[in-house]
Design a protein around this ligand. Sequence first.
Ligand code: SAM
Length: 300
Amino acid sequence: MKKPTLGNPQNTIAVLQKYHFNFQKKYGQNFLIDTHVLDKIIASAQITEEDMVLEIGPGIGTMTQYLACAAGKVVAIEVDSALIPVLEDTLEGFDNVEIIHADVLKVDLTRLVEEKNAGRPIKVVANLPYYITTPIIMGLFEKHVPIESITVMVQKEVAERMQTGPGTKDYGALSLAVQYYAKPYIVANVPPNCFMPRPKVGSAVIRLTRHDRPLVQVEDESLLFRIIRASFNQRRKTLVNGLKNSAELDFDKDVLEQAVAALGRGESVRGETLSLEEFALLSNYLSRISEGKAGNESYS
Ligand code: SAM
């Protein structure tokens, strides 16, 4: 196996010039040019030769080279057709890499894992295009793609939102959704000068390790997420009013008041103070109401 050659400014510039490459803002192209950051990503993703890694957005193949040296197999999905001939060049001799030219949001990733890794869980590692961070991560979780972990570069604020708990300003639907499926851990903050071109925002590497079993038991996952979204759509409203006003939910106000009271919370409580466990209890209570099973039970 060849050794990585990219990851520093000089070689990156040489490749870009050879192919007269123009950065496409619409694709969120900020290529990594720092070998320390690359080493850190690879180490924190805990990749072994047993692993199949899915890389989303390989760019000119910088991280792909590092991944190829650590993993058994790398499948990389790139949307920009201008990068395909570049990747064929920079990844020559890295025989365990397969490039797929596609928009990752349109690929059936569960089928891909079935075909390329016999359905065994994969690791996702990427310097993500920031404009689609949330749909990519939530798509992986909600569609139950077999994944062991996701180690990704994202905007710093987004990493913080994923990791934070109740009572902070960053806490929201993304925090709860991510923490429902996985344990988040911010591995490193990465400044703009580690990329070409430099992004206008700070970045961070976050590892999401999928829970073996969900942390909370919910009877209706879809209802849980509708409740969570409704609770944060109108952050300044009380939880009851937020849920009442949601177009995604259909519960009477007195039922919602009952549910919140059964949680042991006052009627003025806001969604942003509830933990994942409390959202799960609320969801299960309301799901039983929908099925006509709830009585005067409390959650304790
Ligand atoms: N991995 C490279 C690196 O670290 O230098 C490039 C990372 S750059 C932040 C994001 C990459 O994702 C770009 O190569 C971009 O073209 C690609 N990309 C953007 N939208 C995409 C999509 N919908 N599907 C697949 N790749 C996409």
